[in-house]
Design a protein around this ligand. Sequence first.
Ligand SMILES: NC(=O)c1ccc[n+]([C@@H]2O[C@H](COP(=O)([O-])OP(=O)(O)OC[C@H]3O[C@@H](n4cnc5c(N)ncnc54)[C@H](OP(=O)(O)O)[C@@H]3O)[C@@H](O)[C@H]2O)c1
Length: 409
Amino acid sequence: MISKLKIGLFGFGCVGQGLYDVLSKSSGIKADIVKICVKDRNKSRKLPMEYFTYDKNEILNNSEINIVVELIDDADEAFNIVKAAMISGKSVVTANKKMVANHLTELVELQTKYNVSLLYEASSCGSIPIIRTLEEYYDNELLYSVSGIFNGSSNYILSKIFNENLDYGTALKQAQELGFAESNPILDVGGFDAKYKLTIIAAHAYGLFIHPDDILNLGIQNLSTTDIDYARKAGKKIKLLNVVRKLNDDEITVHTMPTFVAPHQYLYFVENEYNGVIVEAAFSDKQFYLGKGAGGHPTGSAVLSDISAVTYDYKYAYHKASQDKKLFYSKNVLLELYVRYTNKDELNLLGKAAITEQGSGYVICTVKLENLLKNNTALQNSSLFIANTGRTVSGTDVKETALEKAENS
Ligand SMILES: NC(=O)c1ccc[n+]([C@@H]2O[C@H](COP(=O)([O-])OP(=O)(O)OC[C@H]3O[C@@H](n4cnc5c(N)ncnc54)[C@H](OP(=O)(O)O)[C@@H]3O)[C@@H](O)[C@H]2O)c1
């Protein structure tokens, strides 16, 4: 039990300032910010300058500081800071999903080796306490799936497009001005940010530590009016969805991609910067969590909750990873997709595919997840817009090729 936390804070941007506000108004917690490390020497700050440093070692080497709160927007430097802090015996709270997802195995080893806490509730779904819920509440329950909208800024953009007819560029600019979007927008709209969160959720839901490079992420960056009209005609919206689901007793699968969502689904009504998470389980059945997934105060509140948990020495136990029954990640899964193209040759990037419908500039087809994953970077860089139809396809074999069928018709 730590009686008084002395915080070394890294980053004083959207979330760092959000945390400062939340902490100042929370009288119950005994925690003081001792020093704040930032980068830009020319920025004016809303706190006295004696709080700030530009030298990370002023925090890392300060023995009075017993907790490091890492809220910077540079994942590589964040890992250096977090690693050094843990090695020097300081507990760490971070919101950096990219850093956690890329280094989860090593971070868990550091937590054990140096007997410190590493908590990152704010890294996934902002103010929804999904990590601790999976870790503690569902520690033994058999989960069928965890799915939902995990990226506030792309959801904000899609909401503005579908509900207010804003164009993509204007909606993205608004999301950035409101502090919902990452400094580099492709992280959000390309589905990378959502995928990093999904990596973390898969570890806590199923005990599987999958590297993010091994998870498919497709984004909304190529969304056009054709796709919006197609969805509207079907009475649906397009949402960027994360899915991790159990296929059978031994296997799970996982992916991030735009998906058509109908009005009878909870996620249809998750709008703007809100996130929505659906947990389906054998005994508790279906549960739906809704909350703000971005913004300084909602994210700051998740950081505060982790800081509070450090006061009672809370650590993630990764319960599912230590269970006897081990699960495997399968990519041998069929997905039914809507694919809109401007250059038909780019359909080759889907690999073998069975077309069930062809329209003007688009196809509906069934493809294998493993083929999409092989071409993930090329698909990201192509002009294709790809969305999961949301319909389940059974089996594991694709019988026809997309191009044969397209060329024969
Ligand atoms: N924004 C959200 O809604 C949200 C939600 C969930 C999680 N997150 C995560 O929270 C973290 C922070 O995001 P943010 O939106 O607060 O970013 P931000 O507004 O861009 O602020 C980034 C802060 O990091 C500082 N910084 C960057 N590199 C640094 C370095 N090498 N050393 C010290 N300080 C450095 C910057 O310093 P200067 O002030 O000097 O520029 C700035 O204060 C990210 O990992 C992000 O993914 C954000």
